[in-house]
Design a protein around this ligand. Structure first.
Ligand code: ASP
Length: 225
């Protein structure tokens, strides 16, 4: 079967001056994940790889460059789902991990729990050998500047990927810093399976972006799939 891959870099009004650099980031992420699929790698690995690359790009609202809470902190959400076995992993309000999607994947692999949030998720990261990412590493000047002027628009730049591998298996992955100026403790749709991320080999796969509160109400990705 020919592989397939779709990425997104978030809904919402984009800053036109960042358009090119965002497109380049998406292209780099696509190439990295596509190489995995072309070499017969798994859909899950490809989707996660794409999202890792985008988390590392400060112009997206995920990982480094995540938008800030009203307290000026970073609290990130991410999830992954495999369409064959329905294995899932999700983390919410994580503060000290550079690549939350990798933490979500680590949780998927433990097969004990499917969703960890807050301090417990950060502690799980330490048990899995993830280094501590300091707030200064994740909080970019651009986001600090926006926080200082306290705009209240939604934040574009959540990232997501869906992949179909050569064996016909599907996977989806999503990662976000959430919405700008959110209340501390707020978790959106991105780490909620069925809302922000969903995959089912027999039907399709989906990664959402947009206002999380509305996406949760409609369980958008599962409904779409
Ligand atoms: N869906 C994300 C959230 O509500 C935000 C986004 O997609 O831009 O946390």
């Amino acid at each position: 079967m020919s592989p397939s891959l779709i990425l997104h870099g978030g809904a919402g009004a984009q800053d036109p001056t960042l358009r090119d650099v965002r497109l380049q980031g998406l292209r780099r992420a696509f190439d990295a994940a596509w190489t995995i699929l072309q070499h017969g790698g798994a859909a899950l690995d490809a989707a996660v790889r794409a999202v890792v690359e985008l988390e590392n790009e400060p112009v997206f609202n995920a990982g480094v460059g995540s938008c800030l809470t009203e307290d000026g902190d970073v609290e990130m959400d991410a999830s992954v789902m495999e369409g064959t076995t329905f294995r899932v992993g999700a983390v919410g309000a994580v503060r000290t991990v550079r690549n939350p999607v990798l933490l979500a994947k680590a949780l998927l692999e433990t097969e004990r729990h499917v969703f960890l949030v807050g301090d417990g998720a950060d502690r799980f990261a330490r048990t899995q050998g993830f280094p501590v990412a300091m707030r200064e590493e994740l909080r970019t000047e651009r986001q600090l500047q926006r926080w200082r002027v306290a705009q209240t628009k939604g934040e574009p730049g959540t990232v997501g990927a869906v992949a179909l591998d050569k064996t016909g298996h599907l996977a989806a992955a999503t990662s976000t810093g959430g919405i700008f100026n959110k209340q501390s403790g707020r978790i959106g749709d991105s780490p909620i399976i069925g809302a922000g991320t969903y995959a089912d080999d027999t039907l399709g796969a989906s990664s959402a972006t947009g206002q999380g509160e509305a996406i949760i109400r409609t369980m958008l990705t599962r409904t779409a799939v």
